[in-house]
Design a protein around this ligand. Structure first.
Ligand code: FAD
Length: 485
């Protein structure tokens, strides 16, 4: 953080978000659900167009359903089986996963970002492109943000959603410990000069020892090419077609006549986690807070889920109803989740090694995944439906997200579009009382609910289970602050 005090014109925003990637766009929309004035600053003038990701995993799909976004995502994506993602070990998902949306939604990252940004703007967020956050200074009342061009803007909070090389994190001086990249992978889309059957046979042969090798059709005449790089490079410099040819020849013995690239990129396997997610009025989310190899396809999902955890809490802070410690539960809940994702990507990375020992462990794990419990455990991890936040002692459901169940009024998630709390009351004796401006009430929802009464937070996690009004009031205070007069 810059030591000098900045002066800035009063700004009409409560929260400035640095970065309009998936995390920043989702967070902007979550804040707008609570009428928080949001300004998103994005350094790129145009959205990034190259496709990076496999798609959305179950928990993120559920979040899209919870915010009324799933229909438009389904129109642009393709449903695929949910299994086969842990270290790319090819096992089908076990029967009866605990979700109404038990599939992977294959959808390119630029499409996700476009739909999330569009949603945020529809809700009233302001997005300014070509604006890079260069510096900031925080005081007791707010944050003054300086753009690369020198313009200064004022807001009450700043959230760094500005990716793995986050300027906000660096200026905050928050440590980012972990491991640097040990390997690098080239990735791009290009045309090839040999027949499809020839490529398919070669890819099957090469992938046996080299899991980080892939050529697959990505449109008419175009192939998506993934090949290990020769070493770890200066990531700021994009690779050339010649780099791809050299590596293809080194690993497959042929460069498949690749030509006419659409785009070329590279990624590493650095694994790092921010020491803190909040310093005063400045917070971090998404890749700005954690980076890890893309194996398992979890990074974007993790960032979107950070945004849904943070959004309503920061909104509560801005709106003035947040209990004192609510904002700090963001780090308490999400830091351990990221730690777990980093660990599972470390494990998966080892399982992709061509070393004989690692290949033996991979064979063993492949056998173990025939046990339903093992397969289920790993898939619940990758898809993030196994997450249980520590809300204290209580039934197993406490702290977990509730699946999308059918209720008398339709689907449960259909009742969460506005990002408010929800009291599901089978006893029809309880009330959200003085919190009804923040928490909706649903009496006699469904017999499928295996509890007398459940309080859901805006992110769909179970905050309380019981049947006693006083106990409920205590928990409403814990999560939603003081009741209205
Ligand atoms: C090859 C590859 C495959 C992947 N596959 C998957 C997958 O299948 N599933 C998955 O979930 N994840 C996957 N990921 C990870 C995923 O792409 C990232 O985790 C995700 O993009 C993180 O989103 P974000 O919004 O936090 O950060 P980013 O997407 O990096 O967005 C940050 C934004 O901030 C902007 N910005 C940067 N600095 C500033 C600044 N100073 N001021 C203003 N704006 C700024 C950037 O321009 C960018 O738009 C993959 C990654 C790679 C490399």
């Amino acid at each position: 953080m810059h030591a000098a005090q900045f002066t800035a014109e009063p700004s009409p925003s409560d929260v400035i978000i640095a970065g309009c990637g998936p995390t920043g766009a989702m967070l902007a929309a979550e804040l707008r659900l609570h009428d928080v004035r949001v300004l998103v600053l994005e350094k790129e003038t145009e959205p990034v167009s190259f496709a990076r990701i496999v798609g959305l995993h179950i928990r993120s799909i559920e979040l899209m359903a919870m915010r009324g976004l799933l229909e438009r995502m389904l129109e642009r994506g393709r449903q695929r089986p949910a299994g086969g993602f842990f270290a790319a070990i090819d096992k089908p998902a076990p029967e009866g996963l605990d979700s109404a949306h038990a599939y992977l939604l294959g959808i390119p990252q630029p499409v996700i970002v476009h739909l999330l940004e569009e949603h945020a703007i529809e809700l009233g967020a302001q997005v300014r492109r070509g604006c890079a956050v260069a510096d900031f200074d925080q005081d007791d009342d707010g944050v003054t943000v300086e753009l690369a061009g020198g313009e200064r803007l004022r807001s009450r909070y700043l959230v760094g959603c500005d990716g793995g090389r986050s300027t906000v994190r660096k200026l905050l001086g928050v440590g980012f410990p972990g491991e640097p990249s040990r390997t690098e992978t080239l990735m791009g889309e290009m045309e090839v000069g040999v027949p499809q059957e020839e490529i398919a046979a070669k890819v099957t042969e090469i992938r046996e020892p080299h899991q980080r090798f892939w050529l697959r059709p990505a449109g008419v005449g175009v192939y998506s090419v993934v090949v290990p790089a020769a070493g770890v490079s200066d990531r700021a410099k994009p690779p050339t077609l010649e780099d791809f040819k050299q590596q293809l020849r080194a690993i497959a013995g042929t460069d498949f006549g690749v030509h006419s690239p659409r785009w070329l990129s590279r990624f590493g396997d650095a694994t790092r986690l921010a020491e803190r997610y909040r310093v005063g009025r400045v917070l971090l989310a998404g890749d700005a807070a954690h980076v890890h190899p893309p194996i398992g396809g979890q990074g974007l999902n993790l960032g979107v889920q950070d945004a849904c955890n943070l959004g309503w809490k920061l909104a509560a802070q801005v709106r003035g109803w947040a209990p004192e410690t609510l904002l700090d539960t963001y780090q308490a809940e999400r830091h351990p989740v990221a730690e777990d994702v980093l660990d599972n990507t470390r494990a998966q990375t080892e399982l992709l090694s061509a070393e004989p020992g690692a290949r033996a462990v991979r064979r063993l794990l492949t056998e173990l995944m025939d046990f339903d419990e093992v397969n289920r455990y790993l898939i619940e991890k990758i898809t993030a439906i196994g997450i249980r936040y520590d809300f204290g002692a209580g039934p197993d459901l406490l702290g977990r997200r509730l699946r999308d169940i059918d209720v008398r009024q339709g689907h449960l998630y259909g009742l969460l579009h506005r990002g408010r709390g929800l009291l599901l009351d089978r006893t029809e004796r309880l009330t959200a009382g003085g919190w009804s401006d923040r928490v909706d009430y649903l009496g006699d929802p469904t017999a499928a609910l295996d509890a007398p009464c459940v309080l859901l937070r805006p992110d769909g996690h179970v905050a309380w289970i019981g049947d006693d009004q006083q106990d409920l009031d205590d928990h409403l205070s814990r999560w939603f602050g003081k009741p209205a007069d």
